[in-house]
Design a binder for this molecule. Structure first.
Ligand code: AMP
Length: 402
């Protein structure tokens, strides 16, 4: 990237930091949340690294899937399992508990959805599975994947997320679907109303467990797990391991097989850099200058608050840069519309909070811009993981104080 391209002529002092940091200007300042050394936001992309994977042991045809499911996998053009699929599918098919340590974008959805479909299909549609995910969008994506892979198998799902009509979810549950996918709060509500019965649900997936804990869902999750039979299969996915995560797996899983595919703690094929700015106005000015450049094809901008995110999107829109916002103050249909417009490239810029963007699978994001510094380094890694997917080079830029 040519850093000079972003230097407005009238302000020569404004510049990217291209090398090491922790200099006297910004080094000692506190951002909201934990202080993160800006040097951590600067990394060169190492292209090709993610493609070197000598350890894929299976092909999809090696797994004990029914011909119908194999057909659906082929129809989706999945040829080779990703590392998490390679490691997790076989033990999950055998009914073992699995801890999958994997970031978003590693193919973890198929790693749990394919064994679940196979086992439900083999049981003639009897039994059921529950998938708990942190956000509505992620739950919706999992449901979409399920529908694609379960085509023609007479397996049905109910999507139970907040922000949408409970009435439809109740009637979906009354049709006794084999798969229930939802967010913790809504699932708990439905359970307490007596509509979601879990006594015969023998498979549980906790997706992005670390984020669910961060979001304060632990009590809702506990409530749900307590309704499940003791004898069950639990598949547990998390991008990070913390003592709290360890305690949870120890408490809820039995003899788990652990599959870890985390590659260090940076996305290797994302070119990461910082932009110095001394005020919000300056940040907005630099941002809108950047967004007018053609190489900023599909840009995800992260902000800290719901209000700030909406305001920034409105401001960009006023300046003629088509932008949408996605945050918790929007209704579910509004969030979905914004997401679809971005996914379908009808708008080039999506401004989002961490929570709203968690786990989203969006192709070809050219740049992630951290308008507000993330609260933790983990959040940073999650944010920048939205770009540089599928072997493409990504770019991440983080505004830091001058
Ligand atoms: P996930 O981490 O589950 O959100 O998956 C990230 C993206 O990779 C999604 O668009 C998946 O459809 C895609 N994907 C996952 N596994 C494979 C595979 N084995 N082959 C091709 N695409 C895949």
């Amino acid at each position: 990237m040519n850093n000079r391209a972003f230097l407005p002529a009238r302000n020569k002092r404004r510049r990217f930091n291209t090398g090491h940091t922790n200099n006297s200007r910004g080094g000692g300042r506190k951002f909201s949340g934990t202080y993160i050394d800006p040097a951590k936001f600067i990394n060169k992309a190492i292209m090709g690294a993610e493609q070197v994977n000598p350890e894929i042991l299976h092909r999809f045809s090696d797994f004990a899937f029914s011909p119908e499911l194999q057909g659906n996998i082929t129809a989706r053009k999945y040829e080779t399992p990703t590392p998490i699929q390679d490691g997790a599918i076989a033990p999950a098919l055998e009914g073992k508990d699995v801890i999958g340590l994997a970031n978003t974008g590693t193919g973890k959805t198929a790693a749990f959805i394919l064994p679940i479909i196979e086992r439900l299909h083999a049981a003639g549609g009897r039994g059921s599975a529950l998938i708990i995910a942190p956000t509505r969008e992620l739950a919706t994506q999992i449901n979409d994947e399920f529908n694609a892979f379960a085509k023609g198998l007479r397996l049905y799902s109910a999507l139970c997320v907040g922000g949408t009509s409970m009435y439809r979810q109740i009637s979906a549950l009354q049709r006794r679907p084999q798969l229930i996918i939802g967010t913790p709060g809504r699932l708990k509500d439905l359970n307490q109303q007596g509509v979601l019965k879990l006594a015969a649900t023998h498979t549980l997936v906790l997706d992005e467990a670390d984020r669910m804990l961060d979001m304060g869902f632990i009590n809702d999750i506990r409530h749900l797990i307590q309704q499940l039979p003791e004898q069950r299969q639990t598949l547990f996915f998390s991008a990070t391991t913390t003592p709290q995560i360890d305690r949870l797996t120890w408490e809820f899983l039995k003899d788990p097989v652990t599959v870890s595919v985390r590659q260090g703690n940076t996305s290797q094929n994302v070119e990461q850099n910082v932009i110095h700015a001394s005020s919000k106005e300056e940040k907005i000015q630099i941002l809108s200058e950047m967004l007018q450049k053609p190489e900023f094809e599909k840009v995800l901008v992260f902000g800290e608050t719901k209000y700030g995110v909406q305001k920034l999107a409105d401001k960009l829109d006023q300046q003629g840069i088509r932008a949408q916002a996605i945050h918790g103050n929007k209704s579910q249909p509004q969030r979905q519309r914004a997401l679809d417009a971005f996914k379908g490239s009808r708008v080039r810029v999506l401004v989002a909070t961490d929570v709203a963007a968690r786990g989203l699978d969006i192709n070809n994001v050219s740049h992630v811009i951290n308008f507000d510094t993330p609260n933790t380094y983990d959040d940073y890694i999650h944010r920048i993981g939205r770009t540089g997917r599928a072997g493409n080079k990504g770019h991440a830029l983080t505004f830091v104080s001058r």
